[in-house]
Design a protein around this ligand. Sequence first.
Ligand code: CAO
Length: 456
Amino acid sequence: MSTVTEIKVPDIGDFKEVDVIEILVKPGDTVAKEASLITVESDKATMEIPSPAAGVVKELRVKLGDKVAEGSMILLLEASADEAPVPQPPGTAEISAPSAAAPKSAAPSTAPGAASEPATEPPAVPVPRPAPVPLEPVAEVPAFKPHASPSVRKFARELGADLAKVRGSGPKGRITQEDVQAFVKGVLTQAPATALAAAAPAGGVPFNLPEWPQVDFAKFGPVELKPLSRIKKLSGANLHRNWISIPHVTQFDEADITELEAFRKDSGAASEKQGFKLTMLAFLIKACVTALRQYPEFNASLDPAGENLVLKKYFHIGVAVDTPDGLVVPVIRDADRKGVYELARELADVSKLARDRKLKPGDMQGGTFSISSLGGIGGTAFTPIINAPEVAILGVSRSAMRPVWMSAKGEAGKFVPRLMLPLSLSYDHRVIDGAAAARFTSYLASVLSDIRRSLL
Ligand code: CAO
């Protein structure tokens, strides 16, 4: 006689209902005792349900995605003839089928209650209840731990695959057996260098990053979902690319703009009459052009092969504009050929177009250098991200009156209140050396402290 047993989900601790995320056997499979049958997952853990006995899978009673609880039927198992009858976890039903081969007394019971059963009864299925498990924390996993079930981990171990390098395609980024197979296949079919490049971002250096933490924020308090604007999605992708593919360094400096600010205020009335402000940014554009002429490698781009610097003989300055939908960078063309009034007017126009969402794609192309001014808002310094394929960007923070130790002019040897403008120049270190960047910002500061230099 062979014994067909209903294998049910055993006690799974505190979890009321769990998802079936993997089915590890199919009808006809011969399974050993303790072999994993299915993997289930709660919001906190994954666990594999082992077979309480050896046998052959007759029929599956679960499918992927099912929700199961203690006592839910998993499958029908026909116990092997030489197998001790299967243990009966509470709630496990046994189905017996006649079999000439199965001696009635074949399996002595070891279950606590089995001794009281009459000897003529079909064999009980009497072994200690299988412990469901390896528990694998999921939601609270440290960020470094790849998310995969124990059987997938075992599979990866057998193949020598490092799960940290495998991209999970399952729900919540879980790594499936197919993901491991695809990863191994990829490594085997590619030349080592190509395999490395496939895993690498622009620039060719592979990142071996831990999985992004999967957190159910609503567990900790109320939340609201706000979709990113189209601009944020586009600019976010570009910023990310630039951030990871350009080796950024930021050089900080400050410019004494005491005289320039006085000059700006004196000259502002004329522009106000025409309906626009003569802003500090217009002077900054002018001063940057002067510095870019002096240091042409800042007004350049690397060619695609990364072998030549393309020095540009024109000066199109991108200006970061904050809009309700996100950041845009319209370009002021031929800034070298424009005076500060014209630059100020154009700045006012493009800022308005940007905020009214009326910029055209062409208005944001062809820039050779960018300026990001947060001076109207606040802050003392920041590290702007280079607007590729440019090689440098100037960040400008809020000017403030500071006591400055004078070493020249008539006030040498005294602290004097001066209006100081913080500058933060991020540059592509593949193209620009630190010394060049320090020279550039010093020169720019000197131009701003005496704007007459921009005439020279
Ligand atoms: N220090 C002190 N005050 C400054 C200043 C500075 N560096 N720069 C501007 N201000 C003052 C202006 O004089 C103006 O004062 P009043 O209202 O008294 O005249 C006020 O701040 C507001 O200036 P503004 O922002 O309207 O004008 P702007 O020419 O300085 O800047 C623009 C124009 C379009 C660049 C700006 O509006 C903007 O969008 N800035 C944000 C850019 C941004 O988001 N960059 C971040 C990119 S990286 O994520």
